[in-house]
Write a protein that binds this ligand. Structure first.
Ligand code: GLC
Length: 538
């Protein structure tokens, strides 16, 4: 199937969506933490970058146990980030510039400060208020052992004991109690929250932990784990666990789809669903469910031709059968930055740029994480500056290193992130001195910067996308090279994308006119260098 004109295609099918991690994007009030007016102040930048949509991470009222993914009031802005009026101003400013806005919805858990959870604590065991969450008695003669062996994604047991001796489930931080989605009020509340933001004019939702929500009946122990979560059988995977991907989730998303469809404009939702198979993923994007799911296949793969081919195969195996459009993502606020993932330094940057260009040539929509346009590597945050609950609970390397506040200008911290001169504001995670080489100001001036490269690639993409087929054909160009072609429609020229994952130069003189290059072609021979990608019009 091919489509020839963008006007008949819903905006999200081909959109490039820029993820704003609000705490770390831009700080207007000078407290060292990003905020909504900070976002508003940088809308011109985002417009000039040529992205189509913004996804904002949670800015709702929250004690910030997981930096906003612990929501205490789903209908209000946390004073740390501003006010509802600031939100409206930001949204209007984005819309004036033709930018769509997606907000984050966190339905798996609330904050422990949420009035429902506070009521549940007060009301005590056996109360109806406790039924909105997952309270259980413990095991052992005095109930002092957790109700089962489930482990928090952030490390340690997934249960915390309250004063009267019961335990509550939290798949993430103890400040994020899991809701009981079998309770009718929970579903009603979230539909009402959806309407609240739709009425305010948002264009869509990113649904956090979309594969969570329901837990297997009886909450059985995870097979293959001992009572304290120790691994007994390594063949059992994360995806076999009785709290992920339970069938009930699909009914919820069908209901939400009906709500979205009842609003004018193409309102959409994209799910964060970490599931084990392409088939399981496809279920989330059946025609009456979500519009998109994040495609995480690329995030963990090495820079190699077989890995990239596998990403393409797995993606199409997932979305093809249900007719959904693919999404592509190389990085987000939960994973190591792409430059570092690909080996760091010049090599990592070359590969990250090549991967970006490849992603942008593929049919479907792409998600770009703030700082990716600057080629930012992961920051090695000092232990005393770490703030991520994953790190604090001992559950992993922590995500602070990809969340360091953005460098905008100047040569010293806060690099224009916060108002005020050097040393006047301490950003919530300190910025390293070497950020001076990555500021927006610095990169705007340098014609060969990652920023100018991506801005140009996005501009070209915008011009070409409407004239390109929504399918592609792989081209055979050797084991280490991945190449594909999208035909032009309605007389437009086709696009060929080639990425060289090998160690030798690759001849490209048969491919037509080069339009975007992640690195200059080899001097003299005009061949495509290793670790680079290029687009050709033909
Ligand atoms: C998602 C978010 C992550 C958060 C978690 C719990 O995975 O992307 O940042 O910690 O959900 O809400």
């Amino acid at each position: 199937m091919t489509q020839s004109s963008e006007s008949v295609v819903p905006w999200w099918r081909n959109a490039v969506c820029y993820e704003i991690y609000v705490r770390s994007f831009a700080d207007a009030d000078g407290d060292g933490v990003g905020d909504l007016l900070g976002v508003t102040s940088r809308l011109d930048y985002l417009e000039q970058l040529n992205v189509d949509a913004l996804w904002l991470t949670p800015f709702y009222r929250s004690p910030q146990a997981d930096h906003g993914y612990d929501v205490a009031d789903y209908r209000d802005v946390d004073p740390l980030f501003g006010t509802l009026a600031d939100f409206d101003e930001m949204l209007a400013g984005a819309h004036e510039r033709g930018l769509k806005v997606i907000v984050d919805l966190v339905p798996n858990h609330t904050a422990s400060a949420h009035p429902w959870f506070q009521e549940a604590l007060r009301a005590g065991r056996g109360s109806s208020a406790r039924e909105r969450y997952l309270f259980r008695d413990g095991r052992g003669p005095d109930g002092s052992l957790p109700p089962n062996n489930w482990q928090s994604v952030f490390g340690g047991p997934a249960w915390t004991r309250v004063e009267d001796g019961q335990w509550y489930l939290h798949l993430f931080d103890a400040g994020q109690p899991d809701l009981n989605w079998d309770h009718p009020e929970v579903g009603e509340e979230f539909e009402s929250v959806l309407r609240f933001w739709l009425d305010r004019g948002v264009d869509g939702f990113r649904v956090d932990v979309a594969h969570g929500l329901f837990k297997a009946s009886g909450m059985p122990d995870v097979e293959g784990l001992g009572p304290a979560g120790e691994t007994l059988d390594a063949t059992m995977t994360e995806w076999d666990r009785p709290y992920w991907n339970q069938p009930g989730v699909h009914e919820v998303y069908r209901g939400w789809r009906t709500v979205l469809d009842s609003y004018p404009g193409d309102r959409m939702m994209i799910g964060e669903a970490w599931v084990g198979s392409a088939e399981a993923m496809a279920h989330y994007v059946r025609p009456d469910e979500m519009h998109q799911v994040f495609n995480f296949h690329w995030l963990s793969t090495p820079f190699s031709a077989p890995a990239l081919r596998r990403v393409l195969d797995e993606t199409y195996a997932a979305v093809g059968p249900v007719g959904a459009s693919p999404t592509w993502v190389l990085s987000n606020h939960d994973v190591v930055r792409t430059v570092t993932h690909y080996g760091g330094g010049d090599l990592g940057l070359s590969r990250a740029k090549a991967a970006m260009l490849t992603m942008l040539a593929l049919p479907g929509s792409a998600y770009v994480y703030q700082g990716e346009e600057l080629g930012l590597p992961q920051v090695d945050v000092a232990p005393e500056d770490r703030q991520d609950p994953t790190w604090l609970r001992g559950g992993g390397v922590g995500r602070d290193g990809c969340r360091v506040p953005m460098p905008w200008s100047g040569s010293e911290p806060p690099f224009g992130f916060s108002p005020g001169g050097p040393g006047e504001v301490r950003t919530w995670i300190p910025q390293p001195d070497w950020f001076r080489d990555y500021t927006v100001e610095h990169e705007t001036r340098d014609p060969y910067s990652t920023l100018n490269f991506l801005t140009f690639a996005l501009q070209q993409r915008r011009e070409l996308v409407g004239g390109l087929s929504t399918t592609f054909e792989m081209l055979e160009r050797g084991d280490d090279v991945v190449a594909f072609r999208r035909d032009g429609v309605d007389g437009a020229r086709g696009l060929v994308c080639v990425v060289n994952c090998g160690t030798g130069d690759h001849p490209v003189d048969d491919l037509g006119t080069p339009v975007v290059l992640s690195a200059a072609l080899a001097e003299g021979t005009g061949q495509l260098l290793p670790d680079s990608a290029a687009w050709f019009l033909s």
